[in-house]
Design a binder for this molecule. Structure first.
Ligand SMILES: *Cc1c(COP(=O)(O)O)cnc(C)c1O
Length: 415
């Protein structure tokens, strides 16, 4: 609906327009800001190359996107680039994750960690305010393959994390264990659950079926809210699996994390948080009175140039261009899996993802080091190594690795 491919002139003039609508520190008096454009002694704002690089101009102009711009009013000095942030969120929420028009709030966060913590913070407060819950009556449910930002948030928010085991080979949540853990938690006084379903785990790219959680909790008549952590897979899975149902059409799902600084290759500082309307208010900080608009985010100041950078990537590719890019990554991943199959090497891969996680007994340590494979554990007892097929990982690179692996395995067959 909103996502298109723009020419470089169209992109440039959109950005110029936005910068023009922002406050102009150079030409107009603005006395009250603890902010300005980047330091002119260090970052030249009249360098000739800036003319052709609207994204660098945005960095120099240094807009502050503090706050949340999908709701109420915001700091009016940066309204031009805030509008571009809204355009990014609209593409993500409505075009990719199928929200109803305008039925969501969100922001570009410093990363996936914050977006996940934002979600858990909202739900913890929601259960406290609307159900009078105490923090020891709330628990986070997430699989053992979940990113460490979840235990981090559990520690910060003082809400217990219940770690759900997965099957070693398929990385699928063990539903019998899940039922047991929920039942035990109930006996221990837990009445409310914050579910984190993974749309691509960091180590395996495995996808949690959100229905496993909703069925297990509804079967026991329990209250829950569900967040989807798509930091890794959010820009892959909806394109590789055109029939994906992990989006806002599933009414059990209330929010998403999607990192632009992973698969989208945006600059760091471009996580995305999205949630249904009516939720983000639970983290309102009323004391933030000097900020025009409402303070609804974990972070305070954040760069508007990050929003413009994500906008640039989305509107340079357009939906078809992005689909093609993901399709190429899928083909390369398929190629790699084909080679591993021929050698009898065992690995995990979700068929819609670009991550291949190989059982460690097939990989000698020096080969893992040489090709920068990532171990599941940087310690004794590591059982997996992963390969992430990114844009820079071409079939030539993969085949250099598989050729060496083949030679090694001929000399050292795995029983
Ligand atoms: C990387 C990652 C995060 C955290 O993201 P940062 O942007 O590094 O804070 C969260 N969840 C998953 C699944 C991730 O892969």
């Amino acid at each position: 609906m909103y996502w298109k491919r723009y020419t470089s002139e169209e992109r440039s003039s959109r950005i110029q327009k936005a910068l023009h609508e922002n406050v102009d520190f150079t030409n107009y008096p603005s006395l009250g800001y603890p902010a300005s454009k980047l330091d002119g002694h260090v970052f030249y704002d009249d360098a000739p190359f800036l003319k052709d690089a609207p994204i660098l101009q945005t960095y120099v102009a240094n807009p502050n996107h503090i706050g949340c711009h999908t709701r109420g009013t915001s700091v009016s000095s940066f309204k031009g680039t805030q509008e571009m942030e809204r355009e990014v969120l609209r593409v993500l929420a409505e075009d990719i994750f199928k929200a109803e028009p305008g039925a969501y709030d969100g922001y570009i966060s410093p990363g996936g960690t914050e977006a996940n913590i934002q979600a858990m913070w909202i739900y913890r407060n929601y259960f406290m305010r609307t159900h009078g819950a105490m923090s020891h009556e709330i628990a986070i449910l997430a699989s053992e393959d979940t990113h460490y930002s979840i235990p981090k948030g559990s520690n910060l928010l003082q809400v217990r994390w219940l770690n759900i085991p997965v099957d070693f080979y398929t990385r699928v949540i063990q539903t019998d264990k899940l039922d047991e853990i929920i039942a035990d938690a109930r006996l221990g006084g837990i009445r409310f659950f914050i579910v984190i379903a993974n749309l691509g785990t960091t180590m395996f790219g495995s996808i949690d079926d959100p229905d496993i959680y909703s069925n297990a909790l509804e079967k026991q008549g329990l209250e829950y809210r569900m967040h989807v952590d798509g930091a890794y897979g959010g820009f892959v899975y909806p394109f590789s699996n055109q029939r994906s149902a992990i989006n806002f059409e599933n009414e059990k799902i209330s929010s998403f994390t999607i990192d632009a600084h992973k698969m989208l290759q945006a600059p760091y500082g471009t996580g995305v948080f999205l949630c249904r309307k009516g939720l983000i208010e639970y983290v309102l900080t009323e004391e933030a009175e000097y900020i025009e608009g409402m303070d609804l985010t974990v972070c305070g100041s954040r760069s508007g140039a990050n929003a413009v950078a994500v906008w640039m990537i989305l509107f340079t590719y357009g939906p078809h261009g992005w689909f093609e890019k993901i399709s190429v990554l899928q083909m390369r991943t398929n190629w790699l899996c084909g080679q591993l199959d021929k050698m009898g090497v065992k690995y995990f891969r979700d068929s819609f993802m670009n991550i291949v996680t190989i059982q460690a007994q097939y990989i000698p340590e020096d080969l893992a080091l040489k090709y920068n494979l990532i171990p599941q554990k940087h310690a004794e007892g590591n059982r997996w190594y992963k390969i992430v097929v990114m844009g820079h990982v071409e079939v030539d690179d993969l085949s250099a690795f598989t050729d060496e692996l083949e030679v090694y395995l001929k000399a050292h067959p795995v029983q």
